[in-house]
Design a protein. Sequence first.
Length: 675
Amino acid sequence: MDMIKITINGVECVGEKGSTILDLARAGGVEIPTLCHHESVKRYGACGVCLVEGEGLPKLMRACSTVAADGWVLSTETPRVKAARQVAFELLMSDHEGDCKGPCSLNCPAGTDCQGYVKAIAMGDDREAVKIIKDKLPLPASIGRVCPHPCESACRRTKVEEPISIAYLKYFAADRVLKNNPYVPTPDAASGKSVAIIGGGPAGLTAAYYLALKGHAVTIYDAMPKMGGMLRYGIPEYRLPKAVLDAEIAEIASLGVVMKNNVKVGVDVSFSELRASHDATLIAIGAWSNMGLRCKGEELSGVMGGIELLRKVALGEDAGLGKNVAIVGGGNTAMDACRTAVRLGAENVYVIYRRTRDEMPAEDIEIEEAMEEGVTFKFLTNPAEILGEDGKVSAVKLQIMELGEPDASGRRSPVAVEGKFEILPVDNVICAIGQKVNVKGFEEVELNAKGIIAADERYFTTSLDGVFAVGDATNRGASIAIAAIGEANKAAAVIHGYLNGMPLPYRAPFVSERKPKDEFFDRFEKMPRAKMPVRPAEERRNDFCEINLGFSEEAARAEAKRCLECGCHDYKDCRLIKYADRYVVDAKRFAGVKHECFKEQRLEIIERDQGKCILCNLCVRVCREDAGKGILGLVGRGFGTVIKPEFRDSATIAVCRDCGKCVAACPTGALKLLK
Ligand code: SF4
Ligand code: SF4
Ligand code: SF4
């Protein structure tokens, strides 16, 4: 047998004379992208992504259909090859209508695979659900309870009736797994590298979890008596029982993460000492200072910040509230503060908010529940002055407001009604209008114009070598916990690269997205969203026990089954998206009219989503040449070409049963086996 030898990317590849470049590359373990190639059918060479360049050879060659000549020296990733391949993928993506991921996942700041874990819950596999969640988020039972769930705002089920209760489903699965069969992955072997994490809140704990899984020795230093940060000291017990948080923190500690509390950087240990004793340092200190009201009387006794109140209560300290308490602000911290004041025995609790309920940033459910618990909302009012007697708050003078033109946030801006005020007698004014960062102890790190730690948005690096920063303490300031968690997960990957001498920036994966028309949703039967059962207001307003009772198993499974499964079933295996991402394609470069077709072709056991089909013809060839059936064919010409069953009679469909070879061969998610 005559043998030949070629060199691809410096690797010697040997095979029989007459072999294609692709055959030899595969024999030598060199990867060349392909879409329309399949071992069981004849060479086709249509998709044009398997190009290679040869020394002394003028043209790029298709590896799948070019017979190799002995001695060739080839490269698969030259700039010319990459550029040509990128164009090939851009052309393919220009007529590709599909959602790689559901909008829920794309709108989650941590990128959790909502569709994946909702499906696992629907199938009754809670442990698998937690496994999926923990790929991005190590605190599912805690976050499932408190997250304002931006995923649900993007959920397409809203177009049918209401969004899937994604966050509470996470809470359901995480609680069951935590209680019955906790899931903690096994860490990699010890790397010999150490990381100091300053701050044990959601960001610090998340980074610790993912870095520990990579085998690094992680120590968290936190100023408070216990770990958890704002999840412990900024979220009341009735929303997040601390036993749940403790259990999830214990799971992180079980990975070998060392947790040191009551350590204030700049007091108990200097920042430079920490830097010097670890290979990398991550600052995740959060935003723990209150924004002031900037009105007269702010210095009076009885005025405090919303998070200061919540912290005191979490620490078991006397918050010193009187009978009449005013909370200023319209966000979730204001809701936490007013509902906490109710539970501490205040008789009259007011929320002072300068716009109307429609503009309130707090979650609707929080507002409703606060109202049920007896909180009075004074909309269109703003503190003009805090009045006092003997150095203590006695009342708040409220400026009456009205709504003017929309401001930069798109909400109508509050405008003072001249000369119109109201005096509200109160004992306390709690200011919950925002939080800022306290950078004391971190003076060496460069700040941005807002006085917040400046961190690179892709590398998470600061102005100091080996020092990274994430979360509320950086760039844009305070946000929701899941945003800090998302950053921490990405930063952990960058730090891991840094510790291995290869710091790669975070890059959002390329995904294909589509926008179904409203008619698409008509086909789905309306099913109401599951309601979280809660304790009655009269009972719950008297204690700090958890108010949610949790979904029953029946309710959770039914709720999860409402999911429309918007993302592609093939996302993890799809070669089109794998290469489109690798070659950083611009899907809009050749943008034009796209085929508009949603899952319109259904055989007995196979569903075809024509929008995702790239007309590689592989299914047709496999069906004919490998399966020996020839059921499928290309129909039409040019842009109008589609794959169709040639015959629609039942005899043909019967032939198709139990085959599925076309589905296995399809390089995209265009084909799906229905059972
Ligand atoms: S076929 Fe591939 S590229 Fe298309 S939506 Fe599915 S995963 Fe994304
Ligand atoms: S219907 Fe399911 S997959 Fe679609 S956005 Fe909602 S949760 Fe995600
Ligand atoms: S359905 Fe057939 S032609 Fe379309 S991408 Fe899949 S294998 Fe290729």
